[in-house]
Design a protein around this ligand. Structure first.
Ligand code: DGY
Length: 313
């Protein structure tokens, strides 16, 4: 397969780069401006693109490679891939579901704990040389809380399972009721928020779920409520979220994702009740290697004319 051209859109994980380099003719697009010279020399040989949540495959990139057969994303999220364009051109798409589920769910629970038990805030407090019991008020417990989950897919279900182990009451909103989940279904996101003390966002980003957490949902969650987002930044109306936190209309937030990454609204930096992560929900060694291996196995299967392992289209 050494002569098959594979274009990687941005640096994502050294192990993945090395494995791709071993098997294919790898083009690291960040080293090559996509100018007419590069395209004239190489476009015809590039049959696969590997992208991720930082840099996927938009219409322009897809059109640049006339021999493109498959797009693989080093993510479960598909929001950085122009799926209609791929469909129109008969280009296959694969992602990396399942292998990352548990780590993203762990990150979500970690954020909920960190916000409710004021872990990051307390850590900063100790590092600043302070130590006193009446420091900044008491934390609030995580166990036993009413938890709402937006999207009861693989990740949402894994969050629910973990929260259940902490004695939380689980409610959810999803496109349709999952009859055997045993959790309370709320057809309305607003009702879910009004009945939750902690709201987790873990659904896929689509036109229907963009800004699904809007001003009304934030207000329904209320001044003691906590929002945890491990989905996509655009699920939440970020300027509404910032205003609600500044005005005390929301109790706290744990955010792994932002609307315009890598931009993080600076107003959040001063808030003790907010925990900010740089989109690292999947970033463990174990999961990153599993995701990379899945990208490779999918590409190998495709070029051997075997069934794809995790096809999207
Ligand atoms: C995903 O896989 O979609 C995660 O957000 C990691 O980037």
């Amino acid at each position: 397969m050494e002569s098959i051209g594979v274009a990687m859109t941005t640096p994502m994980f050294t192990y993945l780069e090395q494995q791709l380099e071993r098997r294919f003719n790898l083009f690291k697009l960040w080293n090559h401006p996509l100018d007419s010279h590069f395209l004239q020399e190489n476009a015809q040989s590039i049959r696969a693109v590997v992208g991720c949540t930082k840099s996927g495959a938009d219409a322009c990139l897809i059109d640049s490679f006339p021999a493109l057969e498959i797009v693989a994303t080093f993510s479960v999220g598909l929001d950085k891939i122009d799926l209609p364009k791929c469909m129109e051109k008969g280009i296959r798409v694969v992602n990396t579901p399942d292998v990352l589920t548990d780590d993203v769910a762990d990150a979500a629970i970690g954020l909920a704990m960190a916000v409710s038990r004021r872990i990051s805030e307390s850590d900063r407090f100790v590092r600043s040389g302070s130590w006193t019991k009446d420091r900044f008020g008491l934390a609030t417990r995580f166990n036993g809380k009413s938890v709402g989950i937006l999207g009861l897919g693989r990740i949402g279900s894994a969050i629910a399972k973990r929260a259940e182990a902490f004695g939380c009451l689980i409610g959810y909103s999803a496109r349709s009721e999952k009859h055997h989940s045993g959790y309370k279904y709320f057809p309305s996101v607003l009702d879910l928020a009004a009945n939750s003390q902690i709201l987790f966002v873990s659904c896929a980003l689509t036109e229907e779920t963009r800004h699904i957490v809007n001003r009304e949902v934030i207000n329904a969650l209320g001044p003691n409520g906590i929002l945890i987002n491990v989905g996509r930044g655009a699920h939440v109306d970020e300027s509404e979220l910032v205003s609600a936190l500044l005005e005390g209309r929301l109790g706290g937030a744990g955010l792994d994702v932002f609307e315009n990454e890598p931009h993080v609204p600076e107003q959040l930096f001063e808030l003790g009740n907010v925990v900010l992560l740089p989109h690292v929900g999947t970033d463990t060694i174990e999961t990153s290697i599993a995701m990379a291996n899945l990208v490779i196995s999918n590409l190998e299967a495709h070029f051997r004319n075997e069934p794809l392992i995790t096809p999207v289209i």
